[in-house]
Ligand binder design. Sequence first.
Ligand code: ADP
Ligand code: ASP
Ligand code: MG
Length: 406
Amino acid sequence: MALIVQKYGGTSVGSLALIHNVAAQVARVHARGDGIVVVASAMGDETDRLLDLARALIPHPEPRELDALLATGEQVSVALLAMVLCSMDIPARSYTGAQVRVRTSAVHGKARIEGIDTERLRADLQAGRVPVVAGFQGVSEHGDITTIGRGGSDTTAVALAVALKADECQILTDVDGVFTTDPRMVPQARCLARVSFEEMLELAGQGSKVLHLRAVEFARKYNMPLRVASAFRRGAGTLICEEESTVEAPVVSGIAFNRDEAEFSIFGLPDEPGTAYRLLKPVSDANIEVDMIVISASPQGRSDLSFTVHRDDYVQTKRIIEAILKGFPESTLEATDRVAKLSVVGVGMRSHAGVAARLFETMAREAINVRLVSTSEIKISLLVEEEKLERAVRALHTTYALSVQD
Ligand code: ADP
Ligand code: ASP
Ligand code: MG
């Protein structure tokens, strides 16, 4: 008997008819005699609706209270799903994160899962019941309801799979699997049969929201096989697992992109030790994460510094930098929040030269200016004007022959 954790996302439980569809799929696994634990997200756009509700009342709601509100979305979907299952004579029980003790840190809105008590779930499984657990939420040591970050139900599912030593964690969603890029932007994108943990970490980290980054980190750390597949259609989907050394890896496996970027460029800074520190330390002290950083020397003992932050942090970062630049009267600042980042990812890059050259050739042909570049062993990221992003992704998708017909 296998043990499977299945997670259904917001779109997959977006209506009562869809909840029936999910129940039918759970029933199939149950009928096979396998153990199954279900994790569900809130219905459709419910989390956005709750957020809007709070913000319409108060621009900056108390984080503890916001978590108490947002967690209700998942509580509704798990209760409805468990009811339907019971009506089909499948013994099911819904649980909030606090009930199954998904223990998290106390950082409201981005709490980290620290452990899960599996006793109650194991007892259910032993008795042939189907636990239906609310994703995205947990409980802090003070007994407060926490949430673990947008898209976090994936991480709840993987953490449960790891805690229960499940055979596989299945993320069932509104696409057939992990594609070479977001199929909503590039309809010719191809569904990948396998992706290594390492590549998936880069893709998720660089903006492919098909999987929550921490879910991939967890799965990789505990070597939990992760499968992304459709909640609506049968199919094997994409298996995310350890890299197979026997299979020759494609040079580029996929392209991720992220529109949530803002760029700061400061020209004519003194070219001396400590300048970047003076500028970036106050930014990090304000809990703002800096992503790409480029420092380049320019003539007459001057240097230029460019960096990116999340678009939500644009206004605050600009205020901080403008204040510091009062101490650098000869420098000038250019700032924009109309930029986007795309990242070309593939483990095959390690052993193939020329990936970057083809990338820049493509950008040249498309007349797209590359503003910043950063690389890792298996990734090259480019910052471009937001309005050019789509054209850049489509062109690179063709360059690296990623489409279905290529
Ligand atoms: P869920 O509600 O099931 O968690 P999400 O909206 O979080 O679903 O994730 C699925 C979406 O991720 C897809 O609808 C798709 O638009 C997007 N996506 C982005 N990049 C990719 C990719 N490389 N492969 C598949 N889907 C992707
Ligand atoms: N409902 C939460 C969100 O919208 C969690 C999730 O869907 O994974 O972010
Ligand atoms: Mg998601």
